[in-house]
Design a protein. Structure first.
Length: 256
Protein backbone atom coordinates (compact mmCIF):
# COMPACT_ATOMS: atom_id res chain seq x y z
CA UNK A 1 0.00 0.00 0.00
CA UNK A 2 1.35 3.41 -0.87
CA UNK A 3 0.30 7.04 -0.69
CA UNK A 4 1.15 9.80 -3.19
CA UNK A 5 0.59 13.32 -1.90
CA UNK A 6 0.62 15.88 -4.72
CA UNK A 7 1.40 19.37 -3.46
CA UNK A 8 1.97 22.84 -4.83
CA UNK A 9 5.57 23.70 -4.03
CA UNK A 10 4.80 27.40 -3.76
CA UNK A 11 2.42 26.65 -0.91
CA UNK A 12 5.20 24.95 1.01
CA UNK A 13 7.56 27.81 0.34
CA UNK A 14 5.20 30.54 1.44
CA UNK A 15 3.29 28.94 4.31
CA UNK A 16 3.69 26.79 7.36
CA UNK A 17 2.82 23.66 5.40
CA UNK A 18 6.03 21.93 6.48
CA UNK A 19 5.15 22.48 10.12
CA UNK A 20 1.61 21.31 9.50
CA UNK A 21 2.89 18.10 7.92
CA UNK A 22 5.27 17.53 10.81
CA UNK A 23 2.52 18.06 13.40
CA UNK A 24 0.70 15.04 12.04
CA UNK A 25 3.39 13.02 13.87
CA UNK A 26 4.10 10.87 10.85
CA UNK A 27 6.86 8.42 11.84
CA UNK A 28 9.30 9.06 9.01
CA UNK A 29 12.71 7.53 9.56
CA UNK A 30 14.32 9.50 6.75
CA UNK A 31 13.57 11.71 3.76
CA UNK A 32 14.71 10.79 0.25
CA UNK A 33 14.88 13.79 -2.09
CA UNK A 34 14.97 13.64 -5.87
CA UNK A 35 14.87 16.91 -7.72
CA UNK A 36 16.45 20.07 -9.07
CA UNK A 37 18.15 23.22 -7.78
CA UNK A 38 15.06 23.98 -5.67
CA UNK A 39 16.04 21.02 -3.47
CA UNK A 40 19.81 20.88 -4.04
CA UNK A 41 21.78 21.01 -0.78
CA UNK A 42 25.18 21.09 -2.47
CA UNK A 43 25.30 18.17 -4.92
CA UNK A 44 25.84 20.42 -7.96
CA UNK A 45 28.82 22.13 -6.31
CA UNK A 46 30.32 18.83 -5.19
CA UNK A 47 29.82 17.29 -8.63
CA UNK A 48 30.82 20.27 -10.79
CA UNK A 49 32.99 22.46 -8.55
CA UNK A 50 31.55 25.76 -9.79
CA UNK A 51 30.11 28.54 -7.65
CA UNK A 52 28.72 32.05 -7.93
CA UNK A 53 30.39 34.83 -5.95
CA UNK A 54 29.49 38.52 -5.63
CA UNK A 55 28.70 40.47 -7.75
CA UNK A 56 27.22 37.33 -9.37
CA UNK A 57 28.24 38.32 -12.87
CA UNK A 58 28.65 34.74 -14.08
CA UNK A 59 24.95 34.16 -14.62
CA UNK A 60 24.21 32.42 -17.89
CA UNK A 61 22.57 34.40 -20.71
CA UNK A 62 19.75 31.97 -21.38
CA UNK A 63 16.92 30.70 -19.21
CA UNK A 64 19.28 29.22 -16.63
CA UNK A 65 20.45 31.40 -13.75
CA UNK A 66 22.79 30.84 -12.04
CA UNK A 67 23.24 27.73 -14.18
CA UNK A 68 25.43 25.09 -12.55
CA UNK A 69 27.00 27.59 -10.15
CA UNK A 70 25.35 27.71 -6.70
CA UNK A 71 25.87 30.70 -4.44
CA UNK A 72 29.11 30.41 -2.46
CA UNK A 73 27.45 31.97 0.56
CA UNK A 74 25.03 29.87 2.56
CA UNK A 75 26.21 26.33 1.84
CA UNK A 76 26.28 26.24 -1.97
CA UNK A 77 22.54 26.37 -2.37
CA UNK A 78 20.65 27.99 -5.22
CA UNK A 79 18.69 30.06 -2.72
CA UNK A 80 19.57 32.79 -0.24
CA UNK A 81 18.74 30.53 2.69
CA UNK A 82 17.70 26.98 3.58
CA UNK A 83 15.80 25.09 0.91
CA UNK A 84 12.27 23.90 1.48
CA UNK A 85 13.35 20.27 1.91
CA UNK A 86 15.89 21.34 4.51
CA UNK A 87 13.13 23.02 6.51
CA UNK A 88 10.78 20.08 6.00
CA UNK A 89 13.33 17.51 7.19
CA UNK A 90 14.13 19.63 10.23
CA UNK A 91 10.45 19.84 11.16
CA UNK A 92 10.21 16.06 10.77
CA UNK A 93 13.22 15.54 13.02
CA UNK A 94 15.39 13.94 10.33
CA UNK A 95 17.51 16.90 9.21
CA UNK A 96 20.60 14.83 8.45
CA UNK A 97 18.75 12.79 5.84
CA UNK A 98 18.69 15.70 3.36
CA UNK A 99 22.45 16.20 3.41
CA UNK A 100 23.89 16.03 -0.14
CA UNK A 101 24.52 12.40 -0.99
CA UNK A 102 27.61 13.28 -3.04
CA UNK A 103 29.48 14.07 0.17
CA UNK A 104 27.54 12.48 3.01
CA UNK A 105 27.00 8.70 2.94
CA UNK A 106 24.23 9.02 5.52
CA UNK A 107 22.41 11.57 3.38
CA UNK A 108 19.57 10.67 1.04
CA UNK A 109 19.27 13.92 -0.92
CA UNK A 110 19.98 13.21 -4.61
CA UNK A 111 18.62 16.52 -5.94
CA UNK A 112 20.99 18.35 -8.26
CA UNK A 113 20.67 21.60 -10.13
CA UNK A 114 19.79 21.26 -13.79
CA UNK A 115 18.15 17.85 -13.44
CA UNK A 116 15.50 17.09 -16.05
CA UNK A 117 13.01 14.28 -16.41
CA UNK A 118 13.38 14.10 -20.18
CA UNK A 119 16.96 14.24 -21.53
CA UNK A 120 17.50 17.40 -23.57
CA UNK A 121 20.63 18.73 -25.34
CA UNK A 122 22.15 21.15 -22.85
CA UNK A 123 24.58 24.00 -23.27
CA UNK A 124 25.64 23.63 -19.63
CA UNK A 125 27.85 20.86 -18.20
CA UNK A 126 27.30 18.56 -15.24
CA UNK A 127 23.78 17.48 -16.05
CA UNK A 128 21.92 14.47 -14.72
CA UNK A 129 18.38 13.16 -15.12
CA UNK A 130 15.54 12.13 -12.86
CA UNK A 131 15.94 8.56 -14.09
CA UNK A 132 19.58 8.60 -13.00
CA UNK A 133 18.55 9.76 -9.55
CA UNK A 134 15.93 7.02 -9.34
CA UNK A 135 18.54 4.44 -10.33
CA UNK A 136 20.93 5.70 -7.65
CA UNK A 137 18.23 5.47 -4.99
CA UNK A 138 17.26 1.93 -5.98
CA UNK A 139 20.89 0.83 -6.18
CA UNK A 140 21.16 1.70 -2.52
CA UNK A 141 18.70 -1.01 -1.64
CA UNK A 142 15.04 -1.24 -0.71
CA UNK A 143 13.48 2.05 0.36
CA UNK A 144 12.31 1.77 3.99
CA UNK A 145 8.54 1.65 4.34
CA UNK A 146 8.67 4.45 6.91
CA UNK A 147 10.66 6.81 4.63
CA UNK A 148 9.20 9.90 2.98
CA UNK A 149 10.19 10.15 -0.69
CA UNK A 150 10.11 13.69 -2.07
CA UNK A 151 9.96 14.20 -5.84
CA UNK A 152 10.46 17.76 -7.10
CA UNK A 153 11.04 17.62 -10.84
CA UNK A 154 9.88 19.27 -14.05
CA UNK A 155 10.88 22.94 -13.78
CA UNK A 156 13.94 22.48 -15.98
CA UNK A 157 11.83 20.51 -18.45
CA UNK A 158 9.52 23.52 -18.71
CA UNK A 159 12.52 25.73 -19.43
CA UNK A 160 13.65 23.25 -22.08
CA UNK A 161 10.15 23.30 -23.58
CA UNK A 162 10.39 27.09 -23.79
CA UNK A 163 13.69 26.69 -25.64
CA UNK A 164 11.99 24.25 -28.01
CA UNK A 165 9.07 26.67 -28.45
CA UNK A 166 11.38 29.53 -29.42
CA UNK A 167 13.34 27.24 -31.71
CA UNK A 168 10.14 26.21 -33.45
CA UNK A 169 9.24 29.87 -33.98
CA UNK A 170 12.67 30.46 -35.50
CA UNK A 171 12.12 27.45 -37.76
CA UNK A 172 8.96 29.10 -39.04
CA UNK A 173 6.15 27.37 -37.16
CA UNK A 174 3.10 29.39 -36.22
CA UNK A 175 2.54 30.31 -32.56
CA UNK A 176 0.10 27.50 -31.77
CA UNK A 177 2.11 25.01 -33.79
CA UNK A 178 5.25 25.92 -31.86
CA UNK A 179 3.43 25.39 -28.56
CA UNK A 180 2.12 22.01 -29.67
CA UNK A 181 5.61 21.01 -30.81
CA UNK A 182 7.14 21.87 -27.43
CA UNK A 183 4.40 20.14 -25.47
CA UNK A 184 4.50 17.01 -27.61
CA UNK A 185 8.28 16.71 -27.72
CA UNK A 186 9.30 17.89 -24.24
CA UNK A 187 6.47 18.38 -21.73
CA UNK A 188 4.52 15.16 -22.31
CA UNK A 189 7.59 12.90 -22.49
CA UNK A 190 8.95 14.52 -19.32
CA UNK A 191 5.68 13.94 -17.49
CA UNK A 192 5.65 10.30 -18.58
CA UNK A 193 9.24 9.75 -17.41
CA UNK A 194 8.36 11.33 -14.06
CA UNK A 195 5.32 9.10 -13.55
CA UNK A 196 7.28 6.00 -14.52
CA UNK A 197 10.10 6.96 -12.15
CA UNK A 198 7.70 7.38 -9.26
CA UNK A 199 6.22 3.95 -9.94
CA UNK A 200 9.76 2.53 -9.96
CA UNK A 201 10.34 4.10 -6.54
CA UNK A 202 7.12 2.55 -5.28
CA UNK A 203 8.20 -0.82 -6.65
CA UNK A 204 11.46 -0.22 -4.78
CA UNK A 205 9.69 0.02 -1.44
CA UNK A 206 8.41 3.61 -1.20
CA UNK A 207 5.05 3.86 0.56
CA UNK A 208 4.84 7.65 1.09
CA UNK A 209 5.62 9.94 -1.86
CA UNK A 210 5.44 13.72 -1.71
CA UNK A 211 5.22 14.91 -5.33
CA UNK A 212 5.70 18.65 -5.77
CA UNK A 213 4.03 20.46 -8.64
CA UNK A 214 6.17 22.63 -10.90
CA UNK A 215 5.87 26.27 -9.78
CA UNK A 216 4.51 28.92 -12.13
CA UNK A 217 7.58 29.40 -14.32
CA UNK A 218 5.87 32.37 -15.97
CA UNK A 219 6.53 34.43 -12.84
CA UNK A 220 10.29 33.87 -12.75
CA UNK A 221 12.83 36.63 -13.52
CA UNK A 222 14.43 34.41 -16.19
CA UNK A 223 11.18 34.22 -18.15
CA UNK A 224 10.55 37.94 -17.68
CA UNK A 225 13.99 38.74 -19.11
CA UNK A 226 13.51 36.38 -22.04
CA UNK A 227 10.02 37.77 -22.70
CA UNK A 228 11.50 41.27 -22.96
CA UNK A 229 14.08 40.03 -25.46
CA UNK A 230 11.47 38.24 -27.57
CA UNK A 231 9.37 41.41 -27.69
CA UNK A 232 12.08 42.93 -29.88
CA UNK A 233 12.61 42.27 -33.61
CA UNK A 234 12.64 39.85 -35.32
CA UNK A 235 10.18 38.05 -33.02
CA UNK A 236 8.00 40.96 -31.88
CA UNK A 237 6.22 38.57 -29.51
CA UNK A 238 4.31 40.47 -26.81
CA UNK A 239 5.98 39.75 -23.49
CA UNK A 240 2.73 38.71 -21.81
CA UNK A 241 2.29 35.96 -24.42
CA UNK A 242 5.64 34.33 -23.66
CA UNK A 243 4.92 34.48 -19.92
CA UNK A 244 1.52 32.90 -20.60
CA UNK A 245 3.18 30.10 -22.57
CA UNK A 246 5.56 29.44 -19.66
CA UNK A 247 2.62 29.24 -17.27
CA UNK A 248 0.72 26.97 -19.66
CA UNK A 249 3.69 24.60 -19.98
CA UNK A 250 4.02 24.31 -16.19
CA UNK A 251 0.29 23.67 -15.83
CA UNK A 252 0.34 21.09 -18.63
CA UNK A 253 3.18 19.21 -16.95
CA UNK A 254 1.36 19.23 -13.60
CA UNK A 255 -1.86 17.92 -15.14
CA UNK A 256 -0.28 15.36 -17.48
Amino acid sequence: MYTILRITLLALLLSASASALAKKDLPFSTVYVLGTSLSDEGNAFIQCGMQSVPPYDNLTPQLYAPGDSPYARGGHHFSNGPTWVEKLAKELGVANSVLPVRRNPQGTNYAQAGTTAFPFPDVLPCRTTFSNQVDEVLARGSIPADALVVVEIGANDVFNALDAFVGALVFGLAFDEAKAFAIGNVINPAANVTANGIHDLIDGGATKVLWANVPNIGLTPAVTLTAEQLAQPPFNLPSFLFKAVATEFATTFNLA
